[in-house]
Design a protein around this ligand. Structure first.
Ligand code: GLA
Length: 336
């Protein structure tokens, strides 16, 4: 049997998921396929892109210590799912690793399905989020795994990470999402991510859930760093809704402005960008036919995206050596 899970781009709403906030990602056509035959007492997966296979015993205790590194994600899923039978097979992917397109979430979701996970998209995402924590030690939110599990063709997904509801928001035919890799490797991403998450938690200990906070409430935060982090989160939740409203009203320019503002907030308040990413965002935002541009995902390098007029999207993608992303369905299983 074979399981496929897509990568994602997040159109707006970053560093909001782990405080129960709002995000607006989409699953993309690129993704990871795991093909296995069940049997034995290890999970053994080979990949054309990796010199060494993943060989994970069913009773693996410490996924973060498994080698090679990519096998940790397989081990994380095995440790969470605890399948009774092993599997032997292959992994192939059309996702660039380290670009910020959630290749690890796609791998986790595809592995879980190939090992017989049964349950709904939210349960699948939660299991894979725990697997990611175990594998990488990075305390990620649920956005990437939930998008891989619950993607809807042609739609962005409005994720409410407090209620865990997923509301499809059709991407209008007149616009398209183009992504360009900044060329900056996301090497410090894990440490900085954990630090940002801890800062948001510290802010919440002082003023309560950021999801409920208003911008006026933030003056109560004495530490200027915590205040800026919280300012990003509270304003970003508002921008997600503003973006959805602008799309519904057909005001693509206003939607693009929300994306530009999101980037400025991630750059200045959340300090999750890099100079090379900022420069690329500025260049993209200035292209004809581009309504707005921003970093996407965890940041600290990786992918930059633009909201483009659909007719200009291919030209922008070629000019910037990027690619157009198609809003796609979530994970699926093929038996036989
Ligand atoms: C990473 C995490 C997500 C989310 C984003 C930032 O992709 O895995 O849970 O927090 O960063 O929005």
């Amino acid at each position: 049997m074979s399981a496929f899970a897509p990568g994602r781009v997040n159109v707006i709403g970053d560093h909001t998921d782990y405080t129960g906030g709002l995000a607006l990602p989409m699953a993309i056509a690129e993704g990871t396929t795991v093909t296995v035959e069940r049997g034995g007492d290890v999970v053994r997966l080979a990949s054309d892109d990796e010199p060494l296979p993943a060989i994970v015993p069913l009773d693996v205790a410490e996924p973060s210590a498994v080698e090679p590194t990519w096998a940790r994600y397989v081990a994380g899923v095995v440790a969470e799912l605890r399948p009774e039978t092993g599997a032997r097979g292959t992994v192939s992917t059309t996702l660039p690793v380290g670009a910020g397109l959630s290749s690890s979430a796609a791998l986790e979701v595809a592995v879980a399905l190939s090992l017989g996970f049964e349950g709904d998209a939210l349960a699948l995402a939660r299991l894979c989020q725990r697997a990611e924590h175990r594998a990488s030690g990075v305390p990620c939110g649920i956005m990437d795994q939930l998008t891989a599990a619950a993607g809807v063709e042609g739609s962005l997904l409005l994720l409410d990470c407090r209620t865990f509801t997923v509301t499809p928001v059709p991407l209008p035919a007149g616009v398209a999402i183009v992504g360009v890799h900044s060329g900056v490797p996301r090497s410090l991403a894990g440490t900085a991510y954990a630090e940002r998450r801890a800062q948001c938690a510290a802010a919440e200990r002082e003023i309560g859930p950021l999801r409920d906070a208003q911008l006026d409430d933030l003056v109560a935060l004495a530490d200027p760093v915590l205040r800026r982090r919280a300012h990003h989160v509270v304003s970003e939740n508002g921008r997600v809704l503003a973006f959805v409203d602008a799309l519904a009203a057909g005001d693509h320019q206003l939607a693009g402005t929300a994306m530009n503002d999101s980037h400025a907030s991630l750059r200045d308040d959340f300090e999750a960008s890099t100079p090379a990413v900022d420069a690329l965002v500025d260049r993209l935002a200035a292209e004809p036919g581009v309504f707005g541009a921003r970093m996407t995902g965890g940041g600290f390098g990786g992918m930059v995206i633009a909201l483009c007029d659909a007719e200009a999207a291919d030209t922008v993608a070629v000019a910037r050596r990027g690619q157009r992303f198609i809003a796609s369905a979530g994970a699926s299983v093929r038996t036989g």
